[in-house]
Design a protein around this ligand. Structure first.
Ligand code: HEC
Length: 167
């Protein structure tokens, strides 16, 4: 075998081994289980139904996305509520919904007509139901950072990574 041939053969060998390695790696990642939908609720069916009614009656959907559903006619850049119960707790939600001026708790960057309305006029029981339901809206740990970044961006209009360096 001449020297030139040996070099060519060696090169081909390296390429073949490289391709095999790549295939094995991609096969591995392909067989990793699909992580699935990261959002879930811990609410029991009674709470879910009662809160769902309130959510509809008060047109929360006009501004917020939940379970990726949002009214197509509205385009208010309000935070999505999926996973929000992993960022805040029931007491916070209750106080927020009971505030005469919710922007005193969570400042808004939006025009007044797009801001979170006060729910203080709702009966206490309804505010408690909504708060309990919001607190039940969880996100799996592997997606928590994305939810936090998305919420931050909706609230401030700034990119989370610009401020925090990392997602
Ligand atoms: C007119 C639009 C609008 C409606 C209707 C509305 N919201 Fe909001 N909501 C907002 C906006 C915008 C924010 C972000 C704060 C702000 O800009 O005032 C917000 C904030 C929130 C937050 C805090 C989110 C966070 O990032 O912590 C919760 C929880 C919430 N809303 C729940 C509800 C529920 C429940 C209803 C229905 C009873 C509702 N909202 C109705 C616009 C709305």
């Amino acid at each position: 075998m001449r020297r030139g041939e040996a070099v060519i053969l060696a090169t081909m060998g390296v390429v073949v081994v490289g391709l095999m390695a790549r295939n094995i790696i991609s096969l591995r990642t392909a067989t990793q289980p699909d992580p699935g939908i990261p959002f879930f609720s811990t609410a029991d069916p009674v709470l879910a139904r009662r809160a769902g009614d309130l959510y509809r009656e008060n047109n929360c959907r006009g501004c917020h996305a939940l379970w990726t559903l949002k009214s197509a006619l509205e385009s208010v850049p309000a935070p999505a509520l999926d996973g929000i119960g992993s960022l805040r707790d029931e007491r916070w939600f209750y106080e927020y919904f009971s505030a005469a001026n919710p922007q005193g708790i969570l400042p808004s960057r939006l025009k007044p007509e797009y801001r979170m309305p006060s729910l203080a006029r709702l009966p206490e029981e309804d505010r408690r139901t909504l708060a309990r339901y919001m607190a039940s809206l969880k996100v799996k740990d592997w997606y928590l950072a994305s939810v936090r970044a998305a919420e931050y961006e909706k609230l401030t209009g700034k990119e989370y990574s610009e401020i925090h360096g990392d997602k």
